[in-house]
Design a protein around this ligand. Structure first.
Ligand code: NAI
Ligand code: A1CAB
Length: 273
């Protein structure tokens, strides 16, 4: 099996490195294509992958193709793929808001997987949701899942509306966590701590909380109760958040991301399959 990654940016390289470090593919079976000369020159120096600049030199060899370019670069790419594709190839797109039907029609293909990863894939703790056109077989989906899981964990969703929903939770989600971290760091600095101490305090608090959460089946309320003593400091903070409706505001934010994902899909002008 040969896998081609198109777009050696943030996400494309992350997937390429995840797959390269797994035992799923041999080095010669992982191809990477980027149209920017400085990217391919740098990649060749590292000698990590089989690197290409021209689609006609690599696409015909591939069984599975990851598309990891920005959505605004997709039209030109789709045209090139339409010209050089081979029958039976599976295309996995991680582009936000580009629907399966858009891709099928623009590239003249049938087998499309639409995936929504998140940035934590970079450190092997990503979460990816994915769905596929009906022409992708169960066996092929298993292979796709194993490739995606080289960057973390994943779930197969029933349709593209679910992908848009998951964009509002896990795709955009790391940014919400950073926002919360930023607020806590600003509070710490306002209390007089240095940036350095504030960063350590907040990072270690987040990491510790997540590790605790993952260590059992307890729900967040039960964990909050374990931190908060009756009439104590934590309760004062949690009461303040409840009074200020913070939970509802976070839910609204996740919904705004979901709605934007739906809107991006519509702007692309092709409905869901
Ligand atoms: N950054 C994130 O957290 C997430 C990003 N995504 C999606 O991932 C995709 C890629 O995003 P990034 O990696 O951040 O972008 P990036 O800008 O870092 O990388 C894109 C790469 O594609 C290359 N490229 C552009 N047109 C090309 C073409 N026709 N042929 C070959 N290479 C071409 C560019 O030279 C660049 O190296 C986007 O579609 C985005 O929606 C999805 C989920 C999360
Ligand atoms: O903000 C975006 O549109 C993309 C999709 C999820 C994360 N980044």
């Amino acid at each position: 099996m040969k896998v081609l990654v198109i777009g050696a940016g943030n996400m494309g390289l992350t997937y390429a490195q995840g797959m390269a470090q797994s035992d799923l593919l041999k080095k010669k079976d992982l191809l990477i294509l980027d149209s920017a000369r400085e990217k391919t020159d740098a990649l060749r120096k590292n000698d990590e992958f089989d690197v290409y600049e021209k689609i006609e030199d690599c696409l015909p060899q591939a069984d599975i193709v990851f598309i990891a370019v920005k959505p605004y670069n997709s039209d030109a790419l789709f045209e090139a793929i339409r010209e050089h594709k081979k029958p039976g190839q599976i295309f996995i797109s991680i582009m936000a808001g580009v629907t399966i039907k858009t891709m099928q029609e623009a590239m003249g293909i049938k087998k499309v997987v639409r995936a929504m990863p998140n940035l934590a894939a970079k450190v092997g703790h990503g979460f990816t949701s994915f769905t596929a056109s009906k022409q992708v077989s169960r066996l092929e989906l298993l292979t796709v899942e194993r490739l995606i899981d080289t960057t973390g964990r994943s779930i197969l969703l029933a349709n593209e509306m679910e992908i848009d929903k998951s964009t509002g939770i896990s795709g955009s989600g790391p940014a919400y966590i950073f926002y919360f971290m930023q607020s806590m760091m600003e509070a710490a600095v306002k209390m007089g701590f240095s940036q350095k101490d504030a960063r350590l305090m907040v990072a270690q608090t987040f990491q510790g909380a997540v590790e605790l959460f993952n260590s059992s089946d307890l729900d967040p309320t039960a964990w909050m109760d374990r931190v908060a003593s009756k009439g104590g400091t934590t309760r004062a903070a949690l009461d303040s958040m409840e009074e200020n409706n913070v939970k509802e505001l976070i839910k609204d934010a996740a919904h705004a991301a979901f709605e934007r994902a739906v809107q991006l899909g519509k702007e692309n002008n092709k409905e869901y399959v």
